[in-house]
Design a protein around this ligand. Structure first.
Ligand SMILES: Nc1nc2c(c(=O)[nH]1)N[C@H]1C(S)=C(S)[C@@H](COP(=O)(O)O)O[C@H]1N2
Ligand SMILES: [Mo]
Length: 257
């Protein structure tokens, strides 16, 4: 991880906070699920200003063409998790990798890479914006997080999806890397668990075997090396309680761009 993030917080001033979690109305399929009515009734309390911000959250992030792709896409933060478990998985081409999915779900799951590749996928060419002041455009392919969540069925209390990563706690660090998004971003069509980058298997430097792409959010939300997904109602009891590794150190939880 890189301490220079601290100097760049001016990019993060625009949080709309918890109100951003309220609207999933764009996704008709969700209206049949248990948790939708609760989310909607909370949303009805939102102010007009917040409603405007929420409307813009339903939009798609800009997508680009093959020709727009950056000649290279750097690795940032962890480039290879310093973990024996991770090294063993990598040595075997991640054949033994399992993505654990649990928390407030009716049907916890444990998915191999083949299972993830069998889920409905999406391919998109998008721009990654890191708060350290660099951006890059790449093509990503991955399983739609919405499809995975529909399979595990979040319960009525579910509000957030937490991604627990393979990079262990650093010396002087506060927790292993983790991140979280709300259900609106989780069900957004461009939110994927990417296993390919630029038409090749996702490299270790960029988060193999699985990294989150949550295209309307800044780079630090895009958890690499995702090992476990936990559906929760709040962040109480999870690391520093702010919903992410950088958030625990003062970053905005809502990093929408
Ligand atoms: N597990 C994990 N995920 C992470 C990080 C990290 O250090 N560990 N860094 C974050 C930051 S700050 C950025 S900008 C992107 C960098 O992704 P890249 O290495 O593919 O460029 O990953 C994000 N996800
Ligand atoms: Mo970043």
């Amino acid at each position: 991880m890189n301490g220079t993030h601290d100097g760049r917080r001016r990019f993060l001033a625009r949080g709309i906070g918890a109100a951003g979690t309220l609207f999933v109305a764009g996704c008709e399929r969700l209206s049949n699920s248990d948790w939708f009515p609760k989310v909607l009734s909370a949303g009805e309390k939102a102010s007009a200003a917040v409603a405007h911000a929420i409307t813009s959250r339903k939009s798609m992030a800009q997508e680009f063409t093959d020709a727009d792709r950056s000649p290279s896409f750097r690795s940032n933060g962890t480039a290879e998790p310093d973990s024996d478990t991770y090294r063993m998985l990598a040595a075997n081409g991640f054949a033994d990798y399992r993505l654990e999915v649990g928390g407030l779900v009716a049907q916890p799951a444990s998915l191999s890479l083949a299972d993830l590749r069998a889920l409905p996928s999406r391919t998109q060419i998008t721009r990654h914006d890191c708060v350290e002041g660099w951006s890059a455009i790449a093509k990503w392919k991955g399983a739609r997080l919405a499809a995975l969540l529909e399979a595990v069925r979040p319960g009525p209390e579910a509000r957030f999806v937490v991604f627990h990563c393979a990079d262990p706690m650093e010396a002087g660090g506060t927790s292993p890397y983790y991140e979280s998004i709300d259900l609106e971003d989780a069900f957004h069509p461009q939110t994927i668990l990417a296993y390919e980058m630029n038409d090749a298997v996702l490299p270790i430097a960029n988060g193999a075997p699985i990294r989150l792409r949550v295209e309307r959010q800044l780079g630090y939300k895009h958890a690499k090396y995702v090992m476990r997904i936990e559906v929760v109602e709040s962040f109480v009891g999870i690391a520093g309680g702010k919903g992410g590794y950088w958030e625990d150190q003062g970053y905005q939880w809502f990093a929408g761009i």
